[in-house]
Design a protein around this ligand. Structure first.
Ligand SMILES: *[C@@H]1O[C@H](CO)[C@@H](O)[C@H](O)[C@H]1NC(C)=O
Ligand SMILES: *[C@@H]1O[C@H](CO)[C@@H](O)[C@H](O)[C@H]1NC(C)=O
Ligand SMILES: *[C@@H]1O[C@H](CO)[C@@H](O)[C@H](O)[C@H]1NC(C)=O
Ligand SMILES: *[C@@H]1O[C@H](CO)[C@@H](O)[C@H](O)[C@H]1NC(C)=O
Ligand SMILES: *[C@@H]1O[C@H](CO)[C@@H](O)[C@H](O)[C@H]1NC(C)=O
Length: 413
């Protein structure tokens, strides 16, 4: 394995060196074409965002979506939990963010001055069944001796914060719940782990925004290349994810030109740069790498694997500068219920040996233009219509996870 990788790498490096030493004109043409492709690609991305992200792509097949989500056989045919609507329910919110030390300041909208509170009181109602209302005590007992691991970007961190607070609301001795290294939550921190010592379980978060390994520039790369995403290599911390009982992934928010090409980050496979590879193509390759890692490293008898689909944002423009958080959920998703990333996740998960529960939250979350951080963050001069207030939408994602994890028959029709 190692041998064949190095052999490939040196082979490809030789190939690249050959290109670099070719005559000037040829080199120019070689560099020009990819740049041209990126400009074109950028235009396409802008166009797609402009029309709401993805009408052009094949619509996700809802039946397939549900097949990816393996809940009990009895409810399996009866109910797609992701088909439904938001209904008001005064039992929400499930916790007070100002009293939970694991909500980062930027997501505590009420604490940051949001005055309207209707956004806190929405429950997701599937058309053909009910998600059981969270029973915190029973969840705590079921999680005894277990390890819950979130892997992904800040959206995973939010869901980690949400789950920690949901569970903590049922613990009397709050001092028995603590971050294992005494660390504070920051945007770049690689690992956070909260231990519920009375119940002997942890809820962990690993920051891995691309899931695959981000590395330095390969030798002889063109000047504009400052770093590379190794699409065929999972993140170096992935070994930490293995012995878990619940493993929840996400990725997608960082697969944009602004975070990649604009910062000099390009794609690499087997030691050679793939300068012409599109972002959706690269995402697919990375997810294939992820899938084979899961298939060969995860013991399906122990670990329940989830992949959360793309979390829709509600920006008013394409440059992430303006947005208006509404008071109530919107009645039309304006195309935000679909995403090329969601389609890719569904496609990859469908063909895996280890069953993966696809948390298809894109569509349900698309109605929640009222639930973003907006101007009630830790930097109120900059609006944020990507992240979600806590309590809020991520709590519902967690209720769906919890209702699935240690039960076989949870949905009553
Ligand atoms: C879902 O789980 C059941 C029982 O564990 C299994 O028979 C079925 O093949 C699974 N379906 C999918 C799509 O993984
Ligand atoms: C949340 O807790 C804070 C601090 O204890 C308190 O001031 C506030 O009133 C509480 N908010 C709600 C909605 O209960
Ligand atoms: C705590 O859980 C671990 C498994 O995660 C188990 O090996 C250990 O025995 C448990 N400790 C106690 C005191 O129950
Ligand atoms: C998982 O459980 C099945 C059935 O009990 C068993 O045949 C299989 O060997 C187990 N796999 C692993 C990796 O432990
Ligand atoms: C949306 O917010 C902008 C400022 O970002 C404001 O000028 C505009 O009036 C708002 N639109 C609505 C419909 O509230």
């Amino acid at each position: 394995m190692m041998n064949s990788f190095s052999r490939n790498a040196s082979f490809n490096r030789r190939g690249l060196a050959g290109t670099i030493s070719s005559p000037r004109a040829a080199r120019k043409a070689w560099i020009f074409r990819p740049i041209h492709a990126f400009i074109l690609f950028g235009a396409i991305i802008t166009f797609l965002s402009a029309i709401g992200g993805g009408y052009v792509y094949v619509l996700p097949n809802l039946t397939q979506a549900f097949h990816g989500f393996n809940i009990s056989t009895s409810s399996y045919d009866a109910c797609n939990v992701f088909d439904g609507r938001w209904v008001e329910d005064d039992r929400y919110p499930l916790y007070n963010a100002s009293e939970c030390p694991f909500v980062e300041r930027g997501f505590n909208c009420l604490g940051n001055g949001r005055a309207d509170t209707d956004y806190l009181r929405w429950r997701w109602k599937p058309d053909k069944c009910e998600i059981p209302f969270l029973d915190v005590q029973s969840a705590l007992v079921k999680l005894r001796d277990k390890r819950v691991v979130f892997v992904g970007d800040s959206m995973s961190r939010t869901q980690w914060e949400s789950l920690t607070c949901l569970l903590m609301s049922g613990v009397e001795d709050k001092t028995s719940v603590y971050e294992v290294n005494g660390n504070k939550i920051t945007k770049r921190i690689r690992f956070l782990g909260v231990r519920f010592s009375s119940f002997n379980f942890t809820v962990e978060f690993y920051r891995s925004v691309y899931l695959v390994q981000h590395g330095w520039t390969p030798k002889h790369a063109p000047k504009r290349v400052r770093s590379a995403l190794k699409l065929d290599e999972l993140d170096s911390i992935s070994s930490e994810w293995v012995d878990s009982d619940v493993l929840i992934f996400n990725s997608g928010q960082w697969w944009v030109p602004g975070k990649l090409f604009d910062t000099g980050c390009y794609f690499q496979v087997g030691g050679s740069l793939k300068l012409g590879l599109s972002i959706p193509g690269a995402f697919r390759t990375a997810l294939d790498t992820w899938a084979s890692w899961v298939n060969s490293n995860i013991n399906a008898n122990r670990t329940t694997v989830f992949f959360r689909t793309f979390e829709p944002s509600h920006w008013r423009d394409n440059n992430f500068r303006f947005c208006n958080v509404t008071k109530y959920p919107i009645s039309e998703t304006e195309g935000r219920d679909r995403s090329i990333f969601t389609d890719t996740i569904l496609e990859v998960a469908k063909n895996m040996v280890v069953p993966v529960n696809v948390l298809q939250i894109t569509s349900m979350s698309a109605f929640r233009k009222d639930a973003h951080v907006g101007y009630w963050s830790d930097s109120p001069s900059v609006p944020d219509c990507s992240h979600w207030c806590l309590p809020g939408v991520p709590d519902i994602w967690n209720e769906i996870v919890l209702s699935n994890v240690f039960t076989t028959n949870t949905y009553q029709t």
